[in-house]
Design a protein around this ligand. Structure first.
Ligand code: DGL
Length: 290
């Protein structure tokens, strides 16, 4: 038993999709959420910068006495998970490994699609996580498409074929609340055109914001494609880790739920409540990395 909170950080608002799953699945747990709204987005930055920002975010949460750290941001998980794990003694859980594992379980055709930010796709971290899981060896990468939005990658890994594609505009679309709008359908149509031609049966939503566009993505991809939501898989991993280490919080009293941001509390509140599906209440603004 352990009463300490779980720390969750993201580049901004998107990690609230992971927090929402924690609230739903682990309602007794206290949480501290930190969104780096001053420096969002992480998805277009270099790996080096994402590592620096992420370590600063993790430092702040570790200073609050958390029992477990969740790196809710896919881009931060892609670049900084190893550096964070090396720095802290507490368990650190990212969103990439659970999503990759679930995709491997779900695919029957052995053809998997992965979408995410430019950084996440460039890092190849989902592919590497799949490779580590299936013990894959021979890897071959081929590029398709010439125009910016056409460009996607085909990775052959033994008997698996993985298609990866960056979909950067999905992030502002979700934040604007246009996830069911014609603009979202059109954008998804452009981005997913290449992947639609490939007979994939599983698609990983490798970005915090993409679960909000699940309906549109599912409609554009068509058929019975399995959409893997990293947030759902990550919460399974959190639950398992807490149970294994005997660190669950007893449900005797209500949990505490705190929110910190590095800028623009008003916007975080307005957009965030839609992502979280519940009220946020008090938000505190803090400085990190100064
Ligand atoms: N949270 C980021 C992710 O999941 C998306 C937004 C950003 O680019 O910072 O990759």
């Amino acid at each position: 038993m352990n009463n300490k909170p779980i720390g969750v950080f993201d580049s901004g608002i998107g990690g609230l999709t992971v927090l929402k799953e924690i609230f739903n699945e682990l309602p007794a747990e206290s949480t501290i959420y930190l969104g780096d709204t001053a420096r969002v987005p992480y998805g277009i930055r270099s790996g080096e910068t994402v590592i620096r920002y992420s370590l600063e975010m993790a430092d702040f949460l570790a200073g609050k006495g958390i029992k477990l750290l969740v790196v809710a941001c896919n881009t931060a998980s892609a670049f900084a998970l190893t550096a964070i794990k090396e720095r802290f003694d507490i368990p650190v859980i990212g969103v990439i490994e659970p999503g990759a594992r679930r995709a491997l379980e779900a695919t029957k055709s052995k053809r998997i699609g992965i979408i995410g930010t430019e950084g996440t796709i460039k890092s190849n971290s989902y592919v590497n996580a799949i490779k580590a899981h299936c013990g894959g060896k021979a890897m071959h990468i081929r590029e398709h498409g010439v125009k910016r939005f056409d460009r996607y990658f085909e990775v052959t890994l033994d008997d698996l074929t993985i298609f990866t594609k960056a979909c950067p505009l999905f992030v502002p679309l979700a934040e604007e609340g246009w996830e069911s709008d014609d603009v979202a359908v059109l954008t998804a149509g452009h981005y997913l055109e290449g992947l639609r031609r490939e007979p994939i049966d599983t698609l990983v939503l490798g970005c915090t914001h993409y679960p909000l566009l699940k309906n549109v993505i599912g409609k554009v991809m068509g058929g019975d494609i399995a959409l893997i939501d990293s947030a759902t898989e990550t919460v399974r991993e959190i639950r398992e880790t807490l149970r294994r280490r005997g660190m669950e919080r007893p449900a005797a009293s209500g949990p505490s739920r705190r929110f910190y941001v590095t800028d623009a509390e008003e916007r975080f509140l307005r957009v965030g409540e839609r992502f979280l599906g519940s009220t946020i209440g008090h938000i505190e603004r803090i400085n990190v990395g100064l």
